[in-house]
Design a protein around this ligand. Structure first.
Ligand code: BG6
Length: 460
């Protein structure tokens, strides 16, 4: 065997409530921002497919857990829908949601599949967006309340928690780039949202440690190592600043409990300092995560800017760099993302050397492909050898990092069953299991069968 992982290594996959559950307003779930946005502007969603048309995990969770077995999972990440659990964010938990989540998490545990449960995956309840969303301090407090309720309700069966998935994404996409609701271009709000999210994460860590002293709580960050075009000092400086905004902005407060002073200086320089309560920084310092989830899809390649930024334009991190399309880079053309497995090794070493060798897991990695039906084999299953190769290449780099001492405990693929992907809806398929959108029938792909062998032999 060329690549072998340690005993107890987690093999599994990840999904999220809004992307998998379906039943988007059934069982007294209140709307989240995706329900609202789709109602307002359905044409923005690929194929006009909205959040009601997900893979119906809410109905099919029992048979889906069976499929988790058939594809070798010993662990599985999903999230709780805040607006399903607390349709009134200040009210009591929705009993139907409690029953659903208890059934899912309890069954996973009974079946020997470790549940990793995330509290927030881009799905702000509308009732709270109307009160300012992450711009509002009140929402931070209500998030802490929600987290505490979740720990109390499910802590007997869930031992691994996450506070947020990819927090930089709702900051950038919601407040700078218009890929998420509320589609603002407002750098000052973005800074406040980023800061409130880091604070909310620390408050949830504190609550988890109080309510569930034996559980572990982390945060899922999408780390995109910033590589300079060249060793030229101007390119190197561009990469250094890109790294501050893209990665260190959440990595440092989550793991070190404090922001990098250079990032704070830049935020000040651009007049974007958020409103900070006196005691907040101590909360962030005292409540760092127990472990990290790392989502990795693509690197960030940058170079020195070719032109001066427009001083009147709203501030974006690209004020300091241009995104660089490296000649000869390997691309996943369906998603438009570069494929660069070596970055996973670099992440492993960075966490080992600069973040106290914190325990971490690859919490997402995967390949979205459009038009997979054309790869259907004579047995009816999609022959997605490209996905198997993609996973192998990434695992090879990961194993190298682990051999050199990085404290990685598992690998979660994105994703289990083809799922609904925000504005991209069902354009690209990521699953180990194919979903027939018409019939909701599930069919294991070649990669799903291979994943089981991988997990059973802990390598390939
Ligand atoms: C991650 C998210 O950024 O990437 C997932 O956590 C998302 O929610 C996944 O679905 C794949 O990206 P996309 O945009 O192709 O769905």
């Amino acid at each position: 065997m060329d690549v072998k992982f340690p005993e107890g290594f987690y093999f599994g996959s990840a999904t999220s409530a809004a992307q998998a559950e379906g039943a988007h307003t059934a069982d007294h779930k209140a709307p989240d921002i995706w329900d609202l946005w789709f109602e307002e502007e359905p044409y923005k969603f690929h194929g006009g497919v909205g959040p009601a048309d997900t893979s119906t995990f809410f109905e099919h969770w029992r048979e889906d857990i069976e499929l988790l077995h058939e594809t070798g999972h010993n662990s599985f990440r999903t999230s709780i829908s805040w607006s399903r659990l607390l349709p009134d964010p200040e009210g009591d938990p929705n009993p139907e949601a409690v029953e659903f989540y208890r059934n899912v998490f309890g069954t996973l545990r009974d079946e020997g599949i470790e549940p990793f449960v995330n509290l927030f995956h881009f799905d702000m309840p509308v009732a709270l967006q109307e009160r300012g969303g992450w711009e509002s301090r009140e929402v931070v407090d209500l998030y802490e309340r929600y987290a505490r309720i979740a720990f109390e309700l499910f802590g007997d069966v869930v031992k691994r928690w996450y506070t947020f998935n990819e927090p930089i994404v709702h900051v950038e996409c919601g407040y700078l780039q218009q890929y998420h609701y509320p589609c603002k271009v407002d750098p000052k709000a973005a800074a406040q949202v980023a800061y409130h999210t880091a604070l909310a994460s620390a408050l949830a860590v504190r609550a988890c440690h109080e309510v569930l002293p034996d559980a572990k709580i982390g945060i899922v960050l999408n780390l995109t190592p910033a590589y300079p075009r060249s060793e030229n000092p101007a390119d190197a400086r561009a990469a250094h600043i890109a790294e501050l905004f893209a990665n260190k902005s959440f990595l440092d407060p989550s793991v070190h409990g404090a922001y990098d002073p250079e990032l704070v200086e830049l935020i000040k320089k651009h007049g974007l300092m958020p409103v900070v309560d006196e005691t907040d920084l101590a909360i962030i310092l005292d409540n760092t995560v127990d472990y990290l989830g790392v989502n990795f899809y693509q690197p960030l390649r940058v170079c020195a800017r070719a032109s001066l930024p427009n001083p009147e334009a709203p501030f974006m991190p690209t004020y300091y760099y241009d995104v660089y399309a490296m000649p000869g880079r390997r691309m996943n053309p369906h998603r438009g993302w570069e494929i660069y497995p070596h970055a996973l090794y670099d992440i492993a070493i960075n966490l080992r050397d600069n973040y106290g060798n914190i325990e971490w897991i690859v919490s997402e990695n995967g390949m979205g492909v459009e038009g997979e039906e054309k790869f259907r084999g004579s047995d009816g299953a999609i022959q997605d050898d490209y996905r198997i190769d993609f996973i192998k290449e990434h695992l090879t780099e990961l194993a190298r990092g682990i051999d050199e001492g990085s404290n990685c405990i598992g690998y979660h693929l994105w994703t289990f069953i083809d799922c609904w992907s925000w504005l991209n809806a069902y354009k690209n398929r990521y699953g180990l299991v194919e979903l027939d959108l018409e019939t909701q029938e599930r069919r294991i792909k070649k990669s799903g069968r291979w994943y089981k062998q991988l997990a059973e032999s802990r390598g390939f």
